[in-house]
Design a protein around this ligand. Structure first.
Ligand code: IMP
Length: 424
């Protein structure tokens, strides 16, 4: 069985927890895009794990893969592997040799460019965009290059001068491109990971031929997609479900399920339009109660009401077969809960977001009001135990996104999840 899981909003929907929950039933968990700009938080008993590159299935000791569509900072990957191994976890990882490497000069270029922009994107400054630029320019360093010093040197001789010039032109430190300590460290990591290199497409296709269970774990969210998101305030990879097939080299007919992860409200970190953003006490309430601070950068996330207009687009972009609703407990205590069901764009009512980001930025939310609940829901053991108002809220989202919610998360712990009743 092949399942793809993606974030249905602007990232930080709680994908890590949902992947961790599903992973128990899967044999392989694979990352297919993005890099260490992602941050997944998984809480098991009293331990909290913050992962950036390693697929969240690690806590169940599953086979973990990093596909060639990921951009990988080897230092971050290695630190993560070592710290998880120190915790006594079995990290059975395979990395595609074609995975693009985030070089120190990508990080420098990302920072320099963001600093120079008059209108910021709010990048995580992890070098993501510049690593993808080099991938499509066919001038990237790949994971396989790190296993052979001569091959890496030849690559840097070929592509180095243009990067040195780009950095110098932006007033940065061009010695980074051939910095011996960094290169030596990358080569050391390349040696350490040599036996972990694998053809990810082949491994997944073989696994599916043997009826094994494969879970593709998305990073970021639908509206950070480099094509379908709110450009230019997006990341540099393809974050929607179809991207898993293209990036992993798996045919679309092999996909069985597409799970969308939606948070009960919406958050965004970095710049860019967000029609339902709350710059008031309610937004602050969501941020503090939901712990809405970035896993990767620590930045405060912007919070707002659930946006079902974006939700509908997300359902189209991804073709979700089911949804997992997260952080419903954060809304407990609010007297009235709002859902954005339409936009007012210059006096015109819209029920689907406009493609143009400038027009999207002018959209004003039109809300439907629902009754809140006050009961503590963090300990409920079944969907039926949720207060009627909480169920009504979940069911309204289901209706507006025209997709069934199968799981509802009511707290960070694995056990704080309830499943909706399924018809036989
Ligand atoms: P980049 O991916 O570092 O280039 O950043 C581009 C935009 O995507 C910025 O607004 C980031 O805050 C946002 N972004 C990147 N990764 C994540 C994520 O995992 N969660 C939420 N936002 C992200």
């Amino acid at each position: 069985m092949f399942t793809i899981l993606t974030g249905a909003q602007f990232g930080d929907e709680g994908k890590g927890k949902v992947v961790d929950l599903l992973a128990e039933n899967y044999d392989i968990v694979v990352r297919f895009q993005g890099g260490d700009n992602a941050g997944h938080t998984v809480k098991v008993q009293d331990r909290t794990y913050k992962l950036h590159l390693i697929p969240s299935g690690v806590l169940f000791g599953k086979r973990l893969l990093i596909g060639p569509g990921v951009v990988c900072n080897p230092k971050v990957l290695w630190e993560e592997i070592e710290s998880l191994r120190k915790e006594g976890l079995d990290v059975d990882i395979g990395i595609d040799p074609k995975t693009s490497i985030i070089m120190p000069y990508h990080i420098e270029l990302d920072s320099l460019r963001e600093k120079a922009r008059s209108e910021k994107i709010g990048t995580t400054k992890r070098g993501i965009g510049y690593a993808y630029i080099d991938k499509v320019a066919r001038e990237e360093v790949q994971m396989g290059d790190l296993t052979d010093p001569a091959r890496l040197q030849a690559k840097l001789d070929e592509i180095g001068p243009a990067r040195e010039k780009a950095i110098a032109d932006m007033g940065g430190d061009s010695s980074l491109v051939r910095s011996a300590p960094d290169i030596d460290e990358y080569l050391r990591i390349g040696q350490a990971l040599k036996d972990s290199l694998t053809d990810v497409s082949l491994e997944i296709n073989h696994a599916l031929d043997q009826d094994l269970m494969v879970l593709a774990e998305g990073a970021q969210g639908a509206f950070l997609d480099v094509i379908h998101g709110t450009q230019k305030f997006v990341t540099s990879s393809f974050t929607t479900a179809g991207s898993a097939c293209a990036n992993l080299g798996v045919g679309p007919v092999r996909v069985d399920n597409v799970v969308g992860v939606i948070k009960a409200y919406i958050t965004r970190v970095g710049e860019g339009p967000m029609p339902t953003e709350l710059k008031d006490a309610t937004g602050e309430y969501m941020r503090e109660k939901g712990g809405e601070y970035g896993t990767t950068t620590g930045r405060a996330r912007r919070c707002g009401w659930f946006d079902a207009v974006l939700g509908k687009k997300s359902a189209f972009l991804n073709g979700y077969t089911e949804l997992a609703l997260t952080k419903l407990d954060v809304l407990t205590g609010l007297e009235t809960i709002r859902i954005c069901v339409a936009y007012d764009l210059d006096g015109q009512a819209l029920t689907y977001p406009p493609e143009d980001t400038g027009a999207f930025a002018r959209c004003r939310p039109v809300y439907l009001e629902m009754k809140g609940w006050t009961e503590d829901i963090t300990g409920v053991k079944s969907y039926q135990e949720l207060p009627a108002a909480a169920r009504a809220y979940a069911e309204k989202i289901e209706e507006l996104m025209d997709t069934e919610i199968t799981a509802v998360s009511v707290g960070p712990g694995r056990e704080q999840t309830v499943f909706t009743p399924q018809e036989e």
